[in-house]
Design a protein around this ligand. Sequence first.
Ligand code: NAD
Length: 427
Amino acid sequence: MKISIIGSGYVGTITAACFADVGHEVICVDIDEKKVQQINAGIPSIYEEGLEELLKKYVGKRLIATTDNELAVFNTDISFICVGTPSEVGGSINLSIVRSATESIGSALAKKNGYHVVVVKSTVIPETTEKFVLPILEEKSGKVAGKDFGIAMNPEFLREGKAIYDFMHPDKIVVGSIDASSEDLVSELYLNFECEITRTNPKTAEMIKYANNSFLATKISLSNEIGNICKKMGIDTYDVMKAVGKDSRISPLFLNSGAGFGGSCFPKDVRALISKAKEIGYSPTILESVLAVNENQPLMMAELLQKKIGEFKDKKIAVLGLAFKNDTDDIRESRAIPLITELLRLGAKVSAYDPLAAENMRRVFPTVRYHKSAKEALKGADACLVVTEWEEFKKLDSEFEVMKNRIVIDGRRVIKAKSIDYEGLCW
Ligand code: NAD
């Protein structure tokens, strides 16, 4: 089938590369000329394992990128909206990017003959597809939804760092449509995926995504809370949660306590659901607590360190790990951000290392010193804080010898070195 992807960021590029890999013809659209040029040169604008190989394989064959929205809509049967839905100050999602992408598709549809389906893949609050996207498309195209064009909502569940694998081997595919024609066309795209398709209406599809992320975020914050209690009682929370995870109703995943969750989805999506719940007159106590625990976890690392070294003023503190998780260069809502903010506020000099994310973090904290290796960042440091679960941190050992004081607070239970003054965040 012929697909256009409107918004070629994280989700858009992965979706485009994977659909090309299963045989579809794909046109990527972005307003960012540089991204378009990069994709056409086979270079992804984000790091994701396997993505560059896929782009190089299909660019110019069955994948191209353009800034020309009309060209993309005219030459495809389905358009996916994959633009960002950032948080507003109060937590609700900002739909201005979805609006402008939808307006462009609607204007192109006005000039296109034949049936076309528009699919929302961006994470949007229930009812957005039908009450926001649909009317804009009808207004701009002068056409009627369900007759002249179709609409569906197809949320994305990929994990950054494992995005290609997750897209190709999904646990679930959800297609929420306004009618059978849209549903059938979108479902056809996933014909060769070994996964049952959940067919539903758009607002249920939208809510499935929020419920899913809220559940996972809750699992993490609950594990962190159990970890905080365990630490005070001298119980190893990892032993506890390993046994808890053997319960088939719970599963062993997302039970590692530590510095908390970040990324472009969990914090934003939980905030958005809280905001919507309040708007409709419900007070979401559990979801608010999930965020409160998550905000406090990185600050507890600073508190633990203060107990060991006293005031931070002019002390050199090495922060290992800046990405919100391992295997990505994405720093959005990384737990390193509130932690470094606190260290700087208290007068520390921060030296940092991350295998992939340093350049992105430089834009947030230009005064932090970024290094090319953990050892360089650790040199002469009064203490070290470990924030991201990078595989290479598990092998660190003699590198700690260059520190002034070998004090290490581990926020992810990754450090295995022996001859250090080690303390785990929740263990
Ligand atoms: P992103 O910011 O990485 O990418 C969005 C892209 O859209 C950018 O390249 C931007 O230049 C482009 N864009 C903006 N306005 C445009 C327009 N009018 N026309 C065409 N392109 C335009 O965002 P992302 O991380 O890919 O997230 C996209 C959506 O998917 C969000 O709603 C997010 O919540 C959801 N989501 C993200 C993930 C994830 O892991 N990143 C996972 C599941 C769902």
